[in-house]
Design a protein around this ligand. Structure first.
Ligand code: 9UX
Length: 68
């Protein structure tokens, strides 16, 4: 298992946090997600044979946020 931290811009409330958590958790290979509104970050634990940071950025962008 690996962990990556991705910056997420555009989150303004806990509903945003929930949305980002939900889309990331739904991806194959994702074991755990911790999204921080205050830090503007998503920490994702995942199986690198099934997922990558590029997948996470894509999902974050598709949900309407900016992944950095
Ligand atoms: Mo919070 Mo986010 O009201 O797109 S749900 S700002």
């Amino acid at each position: 298992m690996e962990t990556v931290v991705i910056g997420v811009a555009g989150m303004h409330c806990q509903a945003c946090v929930k949305n980002v958590s939900t889309v990331l958790t739904a991806l194959p290979g994702v074991a755990g997600v911790d999204v921080s509104l205050a830090a503007g970050q998503a920490s994702v634990s995942y199986d690198p044979t099934l997922a990558s940071a590029a997948n996470f950025r894509e999902a974050i962008e598709a949900a309407g946020f900016d992944a950095t």
